[in-house]
Design a protein around this ligand. Structure first.
Ligand code: ADP
Ligand code: ADP
Length: 223
C-alpha cells in the first residue's frame, strides 16, 4: 500500500533528510516511525501525502507514483489519507463538533449525515461529551484526539500522524495512542511518528530512523 524504493530527499546541498530508504507498509499495519528529532520522520510522512517529493528513488502510495503525481491528482491521493500534522491545528472560532464535521462538509456530505458521523467519531475517541466545547477549553491531549476524529471521518484507508503525542503527559499520550489503535483495529493502516520510544507497543512494526537512514542496529528487534 505504501512503498519506498531507494528514496533520498535532499532539501539543500547540505540538508539531506532521507538517504536511500526502502520499505513497504502493508494494508492494515500499525507502524511506528521512531527516531530522534531531525532523523527524517516528518519528511518521510510528508512524502506519502505528496507534501514533499523525493529527490531520487520512488514513493508509491496505492499504486500512485508520488514523484510523478500532477497537482490535480493530489486531492485524489489525500482523499485516502487522514493527516494528523502539527500544522493542521483545530479552528478555535468554532466548536469541537464543527471542527470534526468540516472535512465532510467540504466533500459535500449533507449536514445531518456529517453531524451523525462526527458524533460517532467523537464517541470513538471518548469525547462525545465535549462536542459543543470550544477547542481551547480542552487539554492538549483532548485536542489531539479531536484532530484524530477529524482526520478519520472521511474514512481514509491510511492515517499519517506526525508526533501526535508531542508535549503530552504519559496518560494523555496513552489515550491518543489508544484512539489511533482503535481505528487500526477496524482496518485503517496507521503510520505514526514519535521520538518517544516508551510508548511503542501495540505496533505490528517499529521502523527506526537515524540521520535519514534506517537504523539497522535496532531494526531487527521489533520487525
Ligand atoms: P524529524 O521529523 O525526524 O524531526 P525532519 O524530517 O523534520 O525530521 O527533518 C530531517 C532533516 O531535514 C533535518 O535535518 C531538518 O533540519 C531538515 N529539513 C526538514 N525540512 C526542511 C526544509 N524544508 N528545508 C531544509 N531542511 C529541512
Ligand atoms: P457510523 O457508521 O455511523 O459512521 P461507526 O461507529 O461505524 O459509525 O464509525 C465511527 C467513526 O469512525 C465514523 O466517523 C467513521 O467515519 C470512522 N471510520 C474511519 N475509518 C473507518 C473504517 N475503516 N471503518 C469504520 N469506521 C471508520
Amino acid at each position: 500500500m505504501i512503498e519506498f524504493a531507494n528514496v533520498t530527499k535532499q532539501y539543500t546541498p547540505d540538508a539531506t533528510a532521507l538517504r536511500g530508504i526502502s520499505l513497504t507498509i502493508n494494508k492494515g499495519e500499525l507502524v511506528y516511525l521512531a527516531g530522534p528529532s531531525g532523523a527524517g520522520k516528518s519528511t518521510l510522512l510528508k512524502m506519502i501525502a505528496a507534501m514533499e517529493r523525493p529527490t531520487s528513488g520512488k514513493v508509491t502510495v496505492n499504486g500512485t507514483d508520488i514523484g510523478r503525481l500532477k497537482s490535480a491528482g493530489i486531492p485524489f491521493l489525500r482523499r485516502n489519507l487522514g493527516l494528523i500534522f502539527q500544522q493542521q491545528r483545530l479552528l478555535t472560532d468554532r466548536s469541537v463538533l464543527a471542527n470534526v464535521m468540516m472535512p465532510m462538509l467540504v466533500t459535500g456530505l449533507p449536514r445531518a449525515q456529517a453531524e451523525e458521523r462526527a458524533r460517532a467519531a467523537l464517541d470513538k475517541v471518548g469525547l462525545l461529551d465535549r462536542a459543543s466545547a470550544a477547542p481551547l477549553a480542552l487539554s492538549g491531549g483532548e485536542q489531539q484526539r479531536v484532530s484524530i476524529a477529524r482526520a478519520i471521518v472521511n474514512r481514509p484507508q491510511i492515517i499519517l500522524a506526525d508526533e501526535p503525542t508531542a508535549n503530552l503527559d504519559r496518560a494523555s499520550a496513552n489515550k491518543v495512542f489508544d484512539a489511533l489503535r482503535a481505528f487500526n483495529k477496524v482496518g485503517v493502516t496507521c503510520l505514526i511518528s514519535t521520538h518517544d520510544e516508551q510508548v511503542l507497543d501495540g505496533a505490528s512494526r517499529v521502523i527506526h530512523l537515524k540521520q535519514g537512514s534506517l537504523d539497522d542496529s535496532v531494526q531487527g528487534a521489533s520487525a
